[in-house]
Design a binder for this molecule. Structure first.
Ligand SMILES: Cc1cc2nc3c(=O)[nH]c(=O)nc-3n(C[C@H](O)[C@H](O)[C@H](O)COP(=O)(O)OP(=O)(O)OC[C@H]3O[C@@H](n4cnc5c(N)ncnc54)[C@H](O)[C@@H]3O)c2cc1C
Ligand code: FES
Length: 257
């Protein structure tokens, strides 16, 4: 559907936030859903780009995005009143678990995909990771939502120096009223490391995989990821992340031997 831009602002560095008037998409959006966006009507942007729905309230859909290439750069130049075509909400969303405490573990703009969980699962913990302070997103927002925020940066410019997964052992030492349920999103190497750690520590959760997508509706097989399949000789099968994902149970993600 055609959606008008209400606001498109630079948050910092290469990161922008755009708000669309899109009442139908907003009404159906759940945490972890994405929209497939046709950025403008010109021929060189025929291919849509997928972005997580950061927020969806009062008929407004908010996306938080990083400028990495042609499409996201073109989006960043659009002003209030311009329109994009939004297809969605797409994919399989996260599953809120009221009997658990949310443990959100994210890298970079992955923080947008999990943001809506602060409403359905209040009082959780979020581990925010990034290369450096410049790539850390939504720290104050998660704090304002009542989340216990812990930070790791690769260069040590904020929080613990190292990978976001290195914050987990310390957290596990403190007793919890409810068991944690992990919600993860971020770059693939981070998610594979997280999936392996979760398997070792027997932690439950779901991870949202960020695969390059083409059709976004399950027709082209351009977005496949490996998931466990005991019935296959290779012990895995390919799943379309736009249709069966992007959110997968962590235990389903194939991490090899
Ligand atoms: C389900 C899903 C949710 C996403 N949510 C967000 C979000 O909330 N915010 C955000 O900024 N981005 C998000 N992305 C990534 C976003 O779709 C890409 O950054 C975007 O499509 C790049 O388009 P482009 O034309 O600017 O770059 P291109 O010119 O197409 O590519 C530029 C560079 O970006 C890389 N790239 C392209 N697509 C992806 C991708 N899917 N993942 C990682 N790298 C990619 C390319 O390999 C290349 O190196 C999401 C992707 C998926 C699949
Ligand atoms: S992007 Fe075409 S099948 Fe997923």
């Amino acid at each position: 559907m055609k959606a008008e831009i209400l606001e498109n602002v630079n948050l910092k560095g290469d990161y922008f936030q755009v708000r669309f008037a899109a009442p139908e998409v907003a009404a159906a959006a759940k945490p972890g859903h994405f929209v497939h966006v046709r950025i403008d009507e010109r021929r060189d942007f025929m291919l849509r780009r997928p972005f997580s729905i950061k927020d969806a309230e009062n008929g407004v859909v908010t996306l938080l995005y990083k400028v990495v290439g042609k499409g996201s750069a073109a989006l960043s130049r659009l002003e209030k009143g311009a329109c994009c075509d939004l297809m969605g909400p797409q994919g399989r969303p996260f599953t809120p678990q009221p009997d658990h405490r949310a443990l959100i573990i994210v890298g970079g703009y992955g923080a947008a995909a999990t943001w809506q969980l602060t409403r359905s699962m209040p009082g959780g913990v979020v581990l925010l990771g990034a290369r450096s302070t410049d790539d850390l997103l939504l720290v104050d927002e998660y704090k304002a939502a009542g989340y216990d925020v812990r930070v790791a940066t690769n260069d040590g410019s904020m929080g613990k120096k190292g990978f976001v997964t290195e914050l987990i052992p310390e957290l596990m030492e403190s007793p919890q009223d409810k068991p944690f349920f992990v919600y993860g999103c971020g770059p693939k190497p981070m998610l594979m490391a997280l999936a392996a750690l979760m398997r070792k520590e027997k932690m439950e959760g779901e991870l949202s995989l960020d695969e390059i997508m083409c059709c976004g509706v399950g027709s082209c097989f351009g977005c496949v990821v490996k998931v466990n399949d005991e019935s296959s000789p290779d012990k895995f099968r390919y799943a379309r992340s736009c249709k069966e994902g992007p959110v997968f149970p962590a235990e389903d993600i194939y991490i090899g031997e």
